[in-house]
Design a protein around this ligand. Structure first.
Ligand code: C2E
Ligand code: CA
Ligand code: CA
Length: 485
């Protein structure tokens, strides 16, 4: 069933049947990622302890299996951190399975002490069963079933003893019996609790967010971006959630939850479609045809393998000019394979889309990062603008970013401009584009239409609106001094 989402007279159908599936995938991936990372660290610690022991007693073969486990765990953690969750999970389950099986053959029963290494096969089977629940038959059923059968095979003492020379001394085997039993049971329960864990409030908020999507409680507000002449040349689209009881929920609150649950996919998709429809609307009037819309793209959205195709599809379906669309990314979205990130950006830049790096200066990326990415604009984070008047360091960073932009031939835009003295200093430093409460808060499209009408061709004055602006923030009117960029 599709529910219409109505926004500013533009109506879309949102495939809500898909929403719960997106939610499930998002949460499942997050849990799997946590499991792989936590499991990886635990494997490293346990394998390290065993390898020291095997090194000490000279069991080189078992030492070798421990080293493989440590290496595998390190690779699986790195892969999971780069969001290659399924690859990491396949690697983790299969290589751990192999090393534990080798260990089982070396863990020979005798002296009344049964084999115990096979206990470690249970958490591996449980992890595979829970992680690969929607994957192919081999991963979701055959592999876990084989793990359980192998566990029974060793547990019932049916395994041959290929390496009798490796018989571990009885004292050690007594300890390892308890250790393996405990670690096997604990690991299995950790796997189950990580994969099945749900918090009550998480469920409530998620349910609310999901129904918000299906009930069309989202709107896009638009915040003007102005040039040196105080003329609106574009806008940033910002989501608003009109919650039935909590009225306006800030995107700062619901975007992280939407990211976590996977709901960011339909929400981000809707925001992009709405913005494209607005571009088409604006293209019909000479007063608005030159305006661009900047849309925020979350890391999860950008990291989807078919992100480029999705954006192209939305653009071609809407008929919007790609040159009027700007996509804002934060540095977190750009983590991962630099070649892949650059490829995605270039593919969309080729059709005319501009790329802006949001919250610039707050992340940890190196400058060489900037050299490689096909960016068009740096968006100076509002914290530097806020602190520039009181903090020399912020002001120095601001100057450096503007200078960097000029050197790399990138546009710079300062966001969070609230006071005219901030504006004047920014202009003085060479910044030519601004966004902030000084000009206008984010406003609904009806208000924006009035603003555009009043700022065209160029009023040269600000604020463009004082809608919702506290009295003390309303600045006096001022003619801008510098020429248009
Ligand atoms: P952002 O992309 O850094 O957006 C700028 C935020 O600063 C907006 O908050 C805007 O209302 C606020 N702002 C603008 N001018 C001023 C100013 O002069 N002073 C102050 N103090 N604040 C100012 P908002 O709308 O609450 O959005 C918060 C964040 O939520 C955004 O930060 C963005 O990360 C995220 N977000 C909003 N809409 C979307 C969306 O459609 N998709 C995605 N993925 N994220 C979104
Ligand atoms: Ca932004
Ligand atoms: Ca920002």
């Amino acid at each position: 069933m599709n529910h219409p989402i109505v926004k500013n007279s533009i109506t879309f159908d949102l495939p809500v049947d898909d929403v719960s599936e997106w939610t499930r995938i998002g949460r499942h991936n997050k849990r799997t990622k946590n499991l792989i990372i936590i499991g990886g660290y635990i494997t490293i610690v346990i394998s390290l302890a065993w390898s020291l022991f095997f090194l000490f007693v000279g069991f080189n073969f078992l030492l070798f299996t421990c080293i493989i486990s440590i290496f595998t765990a390190a690779v699986q953690i790195a892969l999971a951190k780069r969001n290659s969750v399924i690859v990491a999970a396949v690697l983790m389950t299969h290589l751990l399975f192999l090393t534990v099986t080798f260990a089982c053959f070396a863990d020979i029963s005798g002296d009344g002490i049964p084999q115990s290494a096979q206990m470690n096969l249970l958490p591996i089977a449980a992890a595979a069963f829970l992680i690969f629940e929607k994957n192919n038959l081999y991963l979701r059923a055959l592999f876990p079933a084989f793990g359980v059968l192998l566990f029974l095979f060793f547990e019932l003492g049916l395994a041959p003893q290929p390496w009798p020379n490796l018989l571990i001394p009885i004292e050690i085997r007594t300890v390892s019996f308890w250790f393996n039993t405990l670690s096997g049971v604990l690991a299995a329960s950790t796997v189950i609790s990580i994969m099945r864990y749900t918090r009550k409030h998480e469920r409530t908020l998620e349910a609310e967010l999901r129904s918000a999507v299906s009930r069309g409680e989202f709107r896009l507000f638009y915040q003007p971006q102005v040039n040196e002449q105080g003329r609106i040349y574009g806008v940033e689209a910002l989501l608003r959630w009109h919650h039935p009881t909590k009225s306006n929920v800030s995107p700062a609150e619901f975007i992280p939850l939407a990211e976590e649950t996977g709901l960011i996919m339909p929400i981000g998709d809707w925001a992009l479609r709405t913005a494209c429809a607005q571009i088409v609307q604006w293209s019909k009037s000479p007063k608005t045809s030159e305006l661009h819309i900047a849309v925020n793209i979350s890391a999860t959205q950008f990291q989807q393998p078919d992100f480029v195709q999705q954006v192209k599809h939305i653009i071609s379906k809407s008929g919007a000019s790609p040159a009027k669309l700007e996509l804002e990314l934060t540095e977190s979205a750009l983590m991962g394979d630099l070649e892949e990130v650059t490829g995605k950006m270039l593919a969309l830049k080729e059709i005319g889309i501009r790329w802006s790096l949001d919250d610039f200066g707050t992340g940890y990326s190196s400058l060489s990062f900037l050299k490689h990415l096909p960016l068009d604009q740096l968006k100076i984070d509002q914290s530097f603008v806020r602190d520039m008047l009181n903090d020399e360091r912020s002001s120095a960073i601001l100057d450096t970013i503007i200078h960097l932009g000029q050197t790399l031939k990138l546009d710079t835009i300062a966001e969070g401009v609230e006071h005219e003295n901030q504006l004047l200093i920014l202009q003085e430093a060479g910044c030519a584009h601004f966004q902030g409460y000084l000009f206008s808060r984010p406003v609904p499209i009806e208000v924006l239409d009035d603003l555009i009408a009043s700022s065209f061709p160029n009023s040269g004055k600000y604020p463009l609106t004082n809608a919702g602006l506290p009295q003390e923030r309303i600045p006096i009117s001022l003619e801008f001094s510098r020429a248009t960029a």
